[in-house]
Design a protein around this ligand. Structure first.
Ligand code: BG6
Ligand code: MG
Length: 232
């Protein structure tokens, strides 16, 4: 028995959906006459759908009425769903299934903490939905990352205190949200970008057995900081 819990971001950690978001935003941008590149798409990672539209419109210096905004948000999501509904388990990122298997073996529960309103559908598509103890997504939160709300709700589902939660995130806003929640943040991706994380990996294949064991064995006595040093 241990007191640890894990919270996974979805997009960029479990599956790479950024390419589908890009295609869907790009087709809307073309229609609105806004130049939109893959570099611009980076700005939308971890950001809510509504905020993503604000960023896109700012790029093109375009303003829309509230009614038109709702129309284009629906249009973008429809285009995105066209890609999502074709996804399958082959799109799960490297190391994810092995990591979930390891957590199961160690008896560490895990939930999802995502900004996406499509999170459950995506997990279902890749046959992972049933494995999670709970889902916190864009439908369950009122404040977007870097607000800690999504992860604090995750800790509740895990029945763990924030200090015993480890968050896996690929976006700067997500790392900030985890830190704002008082949790351990593992940055998945470019460590020069995810500088604020407590620990960095390129992908989940780099998380080995020892990573969690160091936390479990020392949970009573050590600080998070000293545990992390032991995993390095
Ligand atoms: C996040 C993605 O997980 O979900 C963002 O990183 C996306 O790029 C956000 O904008 C919202 O997603 P959705 O599926 O609700 O449009
Ligand atoms: Mg992400």
């Amino acid at each position: 028995m241990n007191n640890l819990g894990v919270i996974f971001d979805l997009d960029g950690v479990i599956v790479d959906t950024a390419k589908y978001h890009f295609l869907a935003w790009k087709s809307l941008a073309d229609e609105l006459g806004i130049a939109f590149t893959e570099a611009h798409n980076e700005l939308l990672k971890g950001v809510s759908r509504e905020r993503s539209l604000d960023i896109l419109l700012d790029l093109g210096k375009v303003s829309l009425s509230d009614a038109k905004r709702q129309v284009v948000l629906e249009q973008k999501n429809k285009a995105y769903l066209n890609y999502i509904t074709k996804m399958g388990p082959e799109e799960i990122l490297a190391g994810v299934v092995q990591l979930l298997d390891r957590l199961d073996r160690l008896g560490i529960p895990y939930v999802l903490g995502s900004a996406s309103k499509n999170a459950s559908l995506i997990l279902k598509q890749v046959h992972l939905l049933e494995r999670f103890k709970g889902i916190v997504d864009g439908n369950s939160v009122s404040k977007a990352k870097p607000d800690p709300e999504v992860f604090l709700l995750g800790a509740k589902l895990l029945e763990r205190i924030p200090e015993h939660c480890i968050v896996f995130e690929d976006a700067i806003a997500g790392i900030e949200a985890a830190k704002n929640a008082g949790m351990m943040a593992v940055g998945v991706g470019d460590k020069t970008i995810l500088k604020a994380a407590d620990y960095n990996v390129n992908n989940l294949t780099e998380i080995n057995e020892g990573f969690f064991k160091a936390f479990i064995s020392d949970q009573r006595t050590d600080t998070n900081e000293s545990r992390l040093h032991k995993t390095r």
